[in-house]
Design a protein around this ligand. Structure first.
Ligand code: CA
Length: 714
């Protein structure tokens, strides 16, 4: 009996020891902008990568390994959260904005480090962060115990160029490539070539944490530009005559050396067998920029063709993955998150999109890890979906098409299969419809971002905006188009064809062209029906059902055409009740009133439902503006409304023109037209108040630079 107890105790002791040891160490090595064909395991002869190849040889090569986006920031957000970054609106690279807590990975998201911390892991990121520069978004707030590297989207490689202490000293774009490196948030004096420094720190971290399970996220900057390499690495590639390619090769080689030291350290410490090491690039190679080579893959970084999203991808874990494995079903970078969590018994808090790959690698499962994989940018400018061997792609300069990716890796031949295309597009649309709007307005350009920051009223937050700096058409997530004849017996037929986005502007175009009225009923009493055709076309977009707001400041920068016959407007309507009881706010109207061209700013409502509108209207002669500035009509102006529960104030270029008090606008049933959410309309009408357009040449345009809505910060 006693022996039995000892035996049981011994078994229990061993079991508890092994459960301690069973937690694998995790090392995710991320290259930056590395070409698909620039590693030995994908066939590179020109650039030997013997160490990166060790990961492949001792484990698995994913021939069809993808990242969630074709540029750095969103790709990293997907990798580190295990989710499509589109699920939290992370659709572009965040802007380097150290003062902005919203410009980065939202705090609703949990990183792999956050999850692993709950399982007792020590976590380190070494290298590039690029998931937010505000202090609240730094790695130490996102589950990492240790950080050595830099916060921005790239960096220079030679320490003598690190001339700024930190991001607060950045004066102009790209200066952030020249900050000192950070070690646990403190600037440090570095002496080594960047890639060597990152490898050195990685080895030191492993050495120090060998006793406990650790997670090392080694995010090399290499071979992202600027192309900089030391003589020692360059001298290995004397045979490459192209200087750019030679430098690139040297940078890859430096990274490969570093990875070798990391792998050697694992062997030396005897923790190699139970360490999961994964290697991949954050996106495809930008071939023209850094002389990378994506091999047979079409296009590169930034594209939804394979060259942008299919990356060198290998993983080893000797305890669990057989050496020399090749896996050719599509996998995604976010599967790393899922694989890690599943194999240490962690249930992630957020819903993840990744799947545990181990059962697919050890033969437990034989189907596809993913039914479909999706990619999309924020403006729906380009997207892709892969289902098994087929893929649909819409790229900026190509027609939407279907490819047989298994037999046509270069996506050269479009497959004529409208049913297949429709089926995959249907999957894509269902996924796309489930996504929220992009955060940080989908802004990639710092100039616009700065302008918004400067235009933000003190104490207010930006809650909604359209900068019209994406795509070709106004976003369907923000706007709807009116169709046909709509109101005021105007002459134009509204259609979605007459609005486009160009050079950062919404352009609504009024055209003289005949359109058959498909609702035509001769002699019908409704003017919308009794006209056989329209002689003009134009567009009206409205945010109805997509966005409405109650109180705040709205600014619209626009340029109007003051030609005879035109009636452009920036206005709002209340969501509840019929016009005019719903309330109407005209931030800008331009039309002919008593024969004169005037700019108007009005409110209208009715005290009882069904009764006539009560107008509060300011009409200013266009000639008054022209007297002050003869070119007034050729310029952009800012129309603004300041709306509180007590008052509506309408401004033109910061001059107050109309004030409407709201206290006395409450109906007998307690309803107040202006104390309910309103939605926005932008349109260019023709005829009616606009006057007779017959002597005006067409087309004519109404151009909108932006719409921004601010509300008091909560
Ligand atoms: Ca990149």
């Amino acid at each position: 009996m006693f022996q039995k107890i000892i035996l049981l105790a011994l078994i229990f002791f061993i079991a508890s020891c092994s459960s301690q040891q069973i937690k694998p160490n995790i090392i995710v090595i991320l290259a930056d902008d590395l070409g698909y064909a620039d590693v030995g395991f994908n066939g590179s002869k020109e650039i030997p990568t013997p160490n990166i190849d060790r990961i492949a040889e001792e484990g698995v090569v994913f021939t069809d390994g993808y990242v969630t986006y074709s540029v750095c920031g969103p790709s990293r957000a997907g990798l580190i959260t295990g989710r499509y970054q589109n699920r939290f609106g992370y659709a572009t690279n965040p802007i380097i904005a150290p003062d902005d807590p919203n410009m980065g990975l939202p705090l609703t998201e949990r990183t792999l480090a956050t999850e692993l911390k709950t399982a007792g892991y020590t976590n380190s990121i070494i290298g590039k962060w690029h998931l937010g520069t505000h202090e609240s978004l730094w790695p130490d707030k996102r589950g990492f115990d240790h950080f050595f590297g830099f916060l921005s989207g790239g960096h220079r490689y030679f320490p003598e160029e690190y001339i700024l202490n930190d991001l607060s000293e950045v004066k102009k774009d790209w200066d952030w490539y020249q900050t000192k490196l950070l070690k646990n948030n403190q600037p440090v004096e570095e002496t080594q070539y960047l890639t060597d420094a990152l490898s050195r720190e990685a080895v030191a971290f492993i050495d120090k944490n060998q006793e406990n399970p650790f997670f090392l996220y080694l995010a090399y900057n290499a071979p992202h530009g600027p192309l900089q390499a030391t003589e020692a690495y360059l001298s290995r590639f004397d045979h490459i005559k192209n200087t750019k390619r030679r430098t690139y090769a040297a940078m890859v080689s430096a990274m490969d050396d570093g990875i070798g030291t990391v792998l050697d350290k694992l062997k030396e410490l005897n923790i190699d067998e139970n360490t999961l090491v994964v290697f991949l690039s954050d996106n495809g190679g930008p071939e023209r920029h850094n002389a990378s080579d994506n091999g047979l893959l079409r296009e590169g970084k930034g594209s939804m063709f394979e060259g942008g999203i299919r990356v060198p991808f290998a993983m080893k874990w000797p305890d669990r993955i057989a050496a020399g494995t090749t896996f050719s079903k599509p996998v995604m970078s976010f599967d790393i998150f899922a694989t890690v969590c599943a194999n240490i018994g962690l249930v992630p808090q957020n819903k993840i999109d990744g799947v545990d790959l181990i059962p697919f690698l050890d033969g437990t499962k034989s189907d596809q890890p993913h039914n479909a994989l999706f990619w999309v940018d924020m403006g729906d400018n380009h997207f892709g979906t892969r289902m098994s061997g087929l893929k649909i792609v819409k790229e900026k300069n190509t027609e939407f098409a279907l490819f047989d990716i298994e037999n046509d890796i270069s996506e050269l031949l479009t497959v004529d299969d409208s049913i297949g295309l429709k089926r995959i597009f249907g999957e894509y649309q269902a996924w796309r419809d489930s996504l929220p709007d992009p955060q940080f307005l989908g802004l990639e350009d710092r100039k616009t971002y700065k302008q918004i920051q400067q235009s933000k009223p003190e104490g207010y937050d930006l809650i909604w905006a359209d900068e019209f700096n994406y795509g070709e058409k106004p976003s369907a997530k923000k706007w709807k188009f009116e169709q046909g004849f709509v109101r005021n017996q105007e002459l134009q037929w509204y259609t979605s064809d007459n609005a486009k986005i160009e050079n950062g502007l919404l352009i609504i175009e009024a055209k003289q062209e005949s359109v058959v009225n498909k609702n035509y009923v001769p002699k019908d009493r409704d003017w919308r029906k009794n006209r056989p055709e329209a002689d003009y076309t134009s567009s009206c977009i409205k945010s109805r059902d997509q966005f409405s707001f109650q109180y705040g400041i709205i600014e619209v920068k626009a340029k109007i055409d003051t030609s005879m016959g035109l009636w452009p407007a920036i206005w709002l309507l209340g969501s509840e009740r019929k016009w005019p009881a719903c309330g109407e706010i005209d931030m800008m109207e331009f039309y002919r009133h008593e024969g004169d061209a005037k700019i108007l700013a009005n409110t209208a409502f009715s005290l009882e439902e069904g009764s006539k509108p009560v107008w509060n209207s300011t009409k200013i002669l266009l000639s008054q503006f022209l007297a002050e500035d003869p070119n007034w009509a050729d310029k952009f102006h800012v129309w603004k409304m300041n709306w509180t529960k007590d008052v509506i104030e309408l401004y033109i270029d910061n001059q107050l023109v109309t004030t409407t008090m709201l206290n006395d606008k409450t109906n007998s049933d307690g309803f107040n037209s202006f104390r309910q959410p309103h939605y926005i309309l932008l349109n260019l009408a023709i005829g009616q108040h606009g006057g007779d357009p017959k002597n005006t040449s067409f087309p004519r345009t109404f151009e909108v630079d932006y719409v921004r809505v601010f509300q008091k910060a909560s």
